[in-house]
Design a protein around this ligand. Structure first.
Ligand code: SER
Length: 947
């Protein structure tokens, strides 16, 4: 009988989980949104995702019945968020059976829970089953459900899975809730029930609870095979259920969202429930702040691909809707506090990582604000140029040049883009398009704004709309598509698949790896691949890929590079330069036959380069020490994001917002060296994935793990990781550990590089030597060397300044005032009755700056006229052309003059009417080019402005 139905979000979660605990289910925590061991899935999208290996039989579940409340993320719905039903992040309540109970129990408990525990009106519950699933239909009938409330649907609606590209799947039965008035329910025999009224047909129905009868495994090729055991996977949409229990019209008006909504209202000063558009914006900000917090809390960082891109889109979309609410500053990062306060008790990572979540959000919001600011300037440049230059098209047609600003500021960039667009249209010659230029921001422009300046096309539309311009959306989509195609053409997916296909086709078994215990193994050649084809033999000089019966060679994996060494048999030697596992666990040895010839099946001795392996081992164990030291010193939000472990150094990428301070770097280095001096045991254990992770072992997201996993413990729990790499037996052998650099590699991600053992010793010896060297050159102790270098640099800067000043004086003295220089020349040109004075000189300037300054000086000296100065700088001819205002008015265009001079020196040039510059290739041509100045200016005046 109905006993106190749950009222709040917390009560609902608890009621569900404890109901199934009461039926012998193990309550398990929500898995991270980042799939721990599933490369086919971007983000966890359902309760069952973390259990895929239990369903497929690959791993033993901790208990045959499990219940969870799982955070889920569905990326397909981002654009829908803001309506009544769609969420990106949501919670899913589920009960699961791994080869234990099946349909009968699942249906009976679902009905009992919904009606007796949650108090839902049985009259309002409607059921769907898969087209051919008589069994499920009969079970519902036996449970007392009238036939008219059971509907059948096909694959689209009543089949679930797989989550990701492969995995378990099966028919489902969904329980739907009817929210309409009971008076409106059509009669049982009303034909409207056939395709118009009912679950999946009508908006008054909400799907509450999905029971999946997981019976099949679908492989990557789409084939279904029957699973050894029948399973149950259920999912109840938590927020929807809550809305039904609370009689709320939508999820935002439940207590799952209310405090978050209230915070958005408070920050924006806008009130919920006034108008639809405002409500929508409030919902989007609240929802995206909530889901972004969850993503970051699980270690996702904004980026340009994969999960990082999903997060970036969320944050940006959230901000754009924030702007609609009139909030230009950071808002999502502020709302994150309420998310953490409100949901942290159920999802503690929101509290533990709160500072990190806030920082990541804030940084991304700030960077997007800057993006929007710059983009707005570029767009303003485009729009203003159009309104202020109505005659631009005519000028281009008349062959006149347009005034093109050169700056890097947004407005100049936008102006140039607008001019380029117009030039393109004039060239294409369609007069309608040219006329429309003034009123339309082109697809190309919108695309450049988006692609180069990160400015969303929706914002372009909005801003352009305010200035009464439209945006060519079709052209924009076309540009996007073209870009995507280019990306696809350049992407390396195909190549990779091709090179592994041969191993798939060879059908060889996984290679046993004996390299943890030994570096030498007596084994045999199982397969030889040459030029991508399997062959039976190979001879001296051939480049081959070998598969051995067993191997001591470690194949590159988990950041650790592959082993090198030799494979030697009777009369044959192969030098192995790399080992990889391109397909499954088949280890492939890449090398060259250095002598003799090789046949398939031959007995060989495989020997790993031991010295190199030793260096790799040191670096790998040191990587674990860094990871633990960082988490201890910088914070537990630090998560390994990637690593490279090779014989020469190690590289460790991790999530963290700020650069490490010098003190932090030192503290990490000290801590690692301390653990090395203590000579701790490096313990290796084998366990199951679930056990290890439960015990606190760190798994590296993005890697795949087998059922049995290898764990490495150093002073556990201080350092405890899942890892298949080769390690030292004791930390002492690592030797001295030195951090060589700490850099940023994109937002929220840092990179440490370090060296150990012999490499450290060598580096230290070299650094000492270099410092001693510097100090002895200054004849001071090492401790004073740095000050002396500063002093020297100061002196040098001053001396340079003096040289510059002297050069200027010298150059200025050499020009003008009738300067008696052999290569000076001055003359007057008559145009329409006015006379233009021209000074031409060759001077010995050492750089363009000096040449320009000399030009300025001469121009000031002559007051009116044109100055043309040339010089050979670094072996190349350079010329500056400057015209005073009145000569520009008279028609002189320095840019055109410079261009003509440049063409005589085999180079390029240009600039504004007042100042321009030309450069050439051949120093010998400078004098001739300068000599032609008079002719060039005359020609340009005749052909040009034509006053
Ligand atoms: N996996 C199913 C779903 O996501 C049931 O949990 O709906």
């Amino acid at each position: 009988m109905t006993s106190n139905p749950p009222k709040t979000a917390d009560e609902l979660r608890e009621a569900f989980l404890s109901y199934f605990e009461g039926h012998d289910h193990l309550r398990m925590p929500s898995a991270s949104l980042i799939p721990a061991a599933d490369p086919t899935l971007l983000l966890i999208n359902s309760g069952m995702a973390q259990f895929k290996p239990y369903f497929s039989g690959e791993k033993e579940p901790p208990h045959p019945r499990v219940t969870t409340s799982q955070k889920c993320f569905r990326t397909t719905d981002i654009e829908e968020v803001g309506d009544d039903t769609h969420l990106t992040m949501f919670e899913m309540l589920g009960n699961f059976s791994f080869g234990n109970y099946f349909k009968k129990e699942a249906c009976a408990w679902a009905l009992d829970l919904l009606t007796n525990k949650f108090g839902l009106d049985p009259e309002r519950l409607y059921y769907t089953v898969y087209t051919t699933d008589d069994e499920a239909e009969n079970i519902w009938k036996e449970l007392g459900i009238p036939a008219d409330r059971i509907y059948r649907f096909g694959h689209e609606d009543n089949w679930w899975g797989p989550a990701g590209d492969e995995g378990v799947c099966g028919p489902s039965s969904e329980i739907n809730y009817y929210r309409g008035s009971l008076d409106d329910v059509p009669a049982v025999d009303d034909p409207i029930r056939n395709g118009e009224w009912g679950p999946n047909y009508h908006d008054d129905f909400v799907e509450l609870y999905n029971l999946v009868f997981t019976q099949f495994y679908r492989d990557l090729d789409g084939n279904d095979t029957v699973l050894p055991a029948k399973n149950i996977d259920t999912g109840m949409g938590f927020e929807r259920m809550l809305a039904v229990l609370q009689g709320a019209p939508n999820v935002y008006e439940t207590d799952a969202f209310r405090p978050i909504i209230a915070h958005v209202e408070q920050l924006s000063g806008k009130e919920w429930g006034q108008d639809t558009e405002t409500d929508r914006a409030i919902r989007v900000v609240a929802e995206h702040s909530r889901s972004a917090s969850f993503l970051i809390g699980d270690g996702v960082i904004p980026g340009n691909s994969g999960r990082g891109y999903v997060l970036r889109r969320l944050i940006r979309r959230g901000m754009l809707f924030g702007r609609e609410l009139g909030v230009d500053t950071t808002m999502l990062s502020v709302v994150a506090k309420t998310v953490s306060d409100h949901m942290g008790h159920a999802y503690p990572e929101l509290v533990g990582n709160y500072e990190f979540i806030k920082d990541v959000l804030e940084q991304e919001e700030n960077s997007f604000s800057r993006t929007l600011e710059f983009g707005a300037l570029v767009l303003a440049g485009m729009i203003h140029y159009r309104s202020e230059n109505p005659d631009a098209a005519e000028r281009i047609k008349d062959g006149k040049s347009l005034k093109t600003p050169a700056g890097d500021d947004g407005k100049s960039v936008g102006t140039r883009l607008a001019i380029a667009e117009l030039e393109r249209l004039v060239e294409a010659g369609n007069s309608d398009d040219i006329d429309e230029w003034r009123n339309i921001v082109s697809g190309t422009e919108a695309f450049v704004l988006y692609d180069t300046y990160g400015y969303p096309v929706e914002v372009t539309e909005e801003v352009a709309g305010e200035a009464e311009l439209s945006v060519d959306r079709t052209g924009f989509e076309f540009a996007m598509e073209t870009q995507r195609e280019r990306g696809r053409a350049a992407g390396g997916f195909g190549g990779n698949a091709d090179s592994t296909r041969v191993y798939e086709e060879l059908g060889v078994e996984d290679t046993p790896f004996v390299g943890y215990e030994t570096l030498v193994s007596e084994t045999s050649i199982v397969a030889i691949v040459k030029d991508g084809q399997p062959v039976d033999s190979a001879s001296e000089g051939d480049e081959v890929e070998l598969i051995l019966g067993e191997t001591p060679f470690y194949a590159a994996r988990g950041g650790q590079v592959g082993d090198t060494g030799s494979v030697v048999g009777e009369g044959v030697e192969i030098s192995i330069t790399d080992t990889l596992a391109p397909y499954g666990h088949v280890n492939v040895h890449y090398g060259t036959v250095t002598s003799g010839s090789l046949t398939k099946g031959a007995q060989v001795t495989a020997t790993v380069d031991g010295d190199r392996r030793e260096r790799i081992r040191r670096n790998h164990t040191a990587t674990h020490l860094i990871h633990a030291a960082l988490r201890e010193i910088v914070g537990s939000h630090v998560r390994q994001a990637g690593s490279v472990v090779d014989p020469d150094r190690l590289r460790f990428d991790f999530t963290n917002m700020q650069a490490l301070t010098r003190d932090q770097i030192k503290a990490v280095q000290d801590r690692v060296n301390e653990k090395i001096r203590l000579n701790r045991d490096v313990e290796v254990h084998w366990s199951t994935y679930g056990e290890a992770v439960e015990e606190g072992a760190l798994a590296f997201f993005g890697d795949t793990y087998d059922n049995e996993v290898r764990t490495i413990k150093i002073d556990a729990p201080w350092s405890y990781e899942l890892c298949g790499g080769t390690h030292m037996d004791h930390t002492g052998g690592i030797g001295t550990f030195v951090i060589t650099s700490e850099t940023g590699i994109g937002s929220g991600m840092r990179r440490l590089e370090a060296i150990t053992g012999v490499a450290s010793e060598e580096a230290i010896f070299e650094r000492f030597g270099a410092l001693d060297d510097i100090a002895s050159k200054f004849r001071v102790p090492v401790s004073d060397a740095s000050d002396r270098v500063d002093a020297l640099a100061n002196d040098l800067a001053q001396a340079r300044k003096q040289v510059e000043q002297l050069e200027e004086q010298l150059l200025q003295a050499s020009v003008g005032g009738g300067g008696a220089n052999g290569s000076s020349n001055s003359f007057d040109i008559e145009v329409d009755g006015t006379s233009i004075h021209v000074e031409v000189s060759e001077v010995p300037a050492s750089n363009v700056g000096a040449l320009r300054k000399t030009g300025d000086h001469l121009k000031n000296q002559i007051g009116k006229g044109v100055v043309v100065l040339g010089s050979v700088i670094d072996g190349r001819p350079m010329v500056v052309v400057m015209a005073t205002d009145d000569t520009v008015k008279a028609g002189v265009h320095s840019g055109n003059v410079a261009r003509a001079i440049a063409s005589r020196m085999g180079g390029g040039g240009g600039g504004s009417p007042a100042v321009a510059q030309a450069g050439g290739k051949n120093a010998d041509q400078l004098q001739d080019a300068l000599g032609a100045t008079e002719e060039i200016i005359r020609e340009s005046l005749n052909g040009g402005a034509g006053s």
